[in-house]
Write a protein that binds this ligand. Sequence first.
Ligand code: BGP
Length: 485
Amino acid sequence: MQAFPKEFLWGGATAASQVEGGWNEGGKGLDTQDCRPQDFTLTRAQKNDWHFKQMTSEKFEAALRCTDAGCYPFRWGSDEYHHAHEDIELFAEMGMKVYRLSVSWARIYPNGDDPEPNEEGIRYYRELLEDCHAHGMKVFLTILHYAIPVHLVEAYGGWKSRKLVDFYVRYAKTLFERLGDLVDYWLPFNEMNAGRFNPYNGLGLIKDREENYEQAIYQGLHHCFLASAKACALAHKMLPGSKVGCMIARFCHYAATCSPEDQLQMLHDEQYTNWFYTDVMVRGYYPEYMQRLFRDHHIEIQMEPEDDQILKEGTVDFVSFSYYFSQVSTVDDAWEKTDGNLVVASKNPYLKSSEWGWQEDPTGLRITLNQFWDRYHIPVFVAENGLGATDVLEEDGSVHDPYRIEYLRSHVKAMAEALEDGVDVFGYTMWGIIDLVSCGSIEMSKRYGVIYVDADDEGKGTFKRYRKDSFWWYQHCIASQGCDL
Ligand code: BGP
């Protein structure tokens, strides 16, 4: 197989809320992820039930009152807050070229709207990023990966308030000023389309508090687009030559049949769940097809006269996405369903599914890469890809995870094919390079890492790190430039 280019960025990805822990240390404020509870008595099926995962004001207010870690797994994560140096050393041992991580907004601005940043938080990230560089790794920094300071939800109602744009820009500016010399790639928002498929994670919206939920979602998204564009323009101004990207959770769709209705459904699914978001951030304006959707759903986004210009001036340098599975588009409501990344997906009989029902499809990654490149012709980055599975830590400290190796191998091969197809894909950060709390199912036992963390769903354990078999596989993959898989 053709080698990946020498400068290809092999790496791993995490998010502060899922890996860091230290929820009430170093001056950190409480954020929206710290407030998502788990019920440890539920079965897996119950935990994954959509209704259980939905945030309600009752749950949210209970979380605000809870002053210990309680039943809130994001409050302890994988305790990277106390293991950062050790983790960086393990990443470097693997030969990783880049670490994708996020900053916790509430660690820098505990309430989100504070006039001054929290110096202790800045110090924590400076040391962490310096450590990456000392180990020869580049830094890919996500400015906002879901966790919003709770005060912004309580006082302003989350992203539906335009005030958040200014608070976010102040936060981003602080990062550019104080960490700018240590960051190689910037990502203003993780999975922009989450605002639509998971409005609590993406926008800090709580459904039962909204009179018109759909309206609040698109208004909130508009503010996120503005914030992203402003951050992008500001980074380019403050840090000349800086690279700023956008990201979505990629939902790869296949029409269930060749009936024109299913084909049209596929077109709409692609537009509404994927392209809308990248079209705005790459091209700098709202695509025409969304006007139809807004009209049909009586959505009126409040925009200011300067907004067109803001979007136009804040377009990105590269496009990135998370990719885990593909799904089927159909007009048949009775079509069999399965789980997907915070969504319910239609089942594809040609694919096998993970333990959590996500349909594994490496070819979909090749298709996705081709589609992004064809559509935008700007560099493409695979910001997340990986397999959540149950792993077993053996007595001798080993973890045998051939299923993960197989998943990663097939997806790296698909990426190699896309390179051959002519796609300018410049990096790959495997998701959950180290075990962390699952975003969707709020549990540790859905493990993604090539590094095992000895902690259970309730946060009990030593938090000691162990190399899984996939650790050695990835090390070899990187060393051989993806040639020997
Ligand atoms: C993406 C998120 C991540 C991550 C991943 C896996 O949507 O950006 O935060 O968690 O999905 O999802 P899960 O943890 O639900 O298995």
